[in-house]
Design a protein around this ligand. Structure first.
Ligand SMILES: NC(=O)c1ccc[n+]([C@@H]2O[C@H](COP(=O)([O-])OP(=O)(O)OC[C@H]3O[C@@H](n4cnc5c(N)ncnc54)[C@H](O)[C@@H]3O)[C@@H](O)[C@H]2O)c1
Length: 272
């Protein structure tokens, strides 16, 4: 995957990792980068800093018709989409007793949004002879997120979907990568830390909090190698292998981390 001259869509690009990716893609010579976000004003602000190759679009990634319309418009203007980064996401800081709406939102934003993006963009990519999907999950998709049950479950589903897409569409020269960072310095995490969220505290206690530029470096490197797993924190790969080798030991360690950071299910009292 070459970024130079590529036509790229990034969702959740009004903030954090998505904005960092858009900046990096423009710097690396992308032909066009479309920054889509529920917060149209935020995406417009980032795009305005990036010059004429960047454009902003208001988009709710859980609205399949809107995703399809965005893809149609980009194809009409540029003739192709080389890379679609399905990146929008949110933390819930909630446990088992989170409201039905919280569980549904996590499922919609972290799983169905990837389904809608792939449905919309794959026909044109296949017709063009290939293309690339980058789906943002989280280290929580391979490991867990103490203090956030909807995030954990939906991010695991995001990894499962990305795997499925990667092998099923390989014969069409579609490549898929799944981005699985631990803590990254964005409003999603810093907002939680500011509110004293145990889930955010557990993320911060798990390893270094990276800047979005470091995440963008890891993404560009993985795309160049067409690597499925994008692990800006390399230790996530080790933790994941350790979990597979000794799941009982891993559960004991997670229970300790949850206890130490207060990320236990009493957080649900707030949700009831
Ligand atoms: N920050 C971290 O520590 C961290 C770690 C692992 C994974 N992630 C994942 O990275 C991705 C980006 O998160 P971030 O940290 O940059 O957070 P962020 O809050 O800075 O940015 C997320 C963006 O997604 C947008 N968004 C939310 N719901 C949307 C919707 N329905 N439609 C369109 N846009 C929507 C928000 O408006 C926001 O601009 C998320 O999927 C998140 O789960 C973040």
């Amino acid at each position: 995957m070459r970024i130079a001259d590529a036509v790229i869509v990034v969702t959740g690009a009004g903030s954090g990792i998505g904005a960092g990716l858009a900046r990096r893609f423009v710097a690396d010579g992308a032909r066009a980068v479309v920054l889509a976000d529920l917060d149209h004003a935020a995406a417009s602000k980032v795009a305005a800093e990036l010059g004429e190759r960047a454009t902003a679009r208001g988009l709710d990634v859980t609205d399949e018709a809107a995703v399809a319309a965005l893809v149609g418009d980009v194809l009409a203007e540029h003739g192709r989409i080389d890379l679609f980064c399905s990146n929008a996401g949110l933390g819930t800081g909630a446990g088992l007793h989170a409201g039905e709406d919280v569980w549904q939102r996590a499922w919609q934003v972290h799983v169905l949004a990837h389904v809608y993006a792939a449905r919309a963009v794959l026909p044109a990519m296949i017709a063009a002879g290939g293309g690339y999907l980058l789906n943002t999950s989280s280290a929580a998709g391979l490991l867990s997120a103490p203090g956030d049950a909807p995030y954990t479950a939906s991010k695991h589903a995001a990894v499962g979907l990305a795997e499925w897409l990667a092998y099923t569409y390989r014969e069409h020269n579609i490549r898929v990568s799944v981005l699985c960072p631990m803590g990254v310095d964005t409003p999603l995490l810093t907002g939680g830390l500011a509110l004293g969220s145990p889930a955010a505290a557990a993320v911060a206690a798990s390893g270094p909090v990276l800047g979005v530029d470091e995440v963008a470096d890891a993404v560009v490197d993985a795309l160049a190698r067409e690597a499925f797993l994008v692990l800006p924190h390399p230790q996530v790969g080790k933790f994941w292998a350790g979990k597979a080798a000794d799941v009982e030991g891993w559960l004991a360690a997670m229970a300790q981390l949850a206890g130490a950071t207060g990320a236990t299910d009493h957080t649900n009292e707030k949700e009831r």
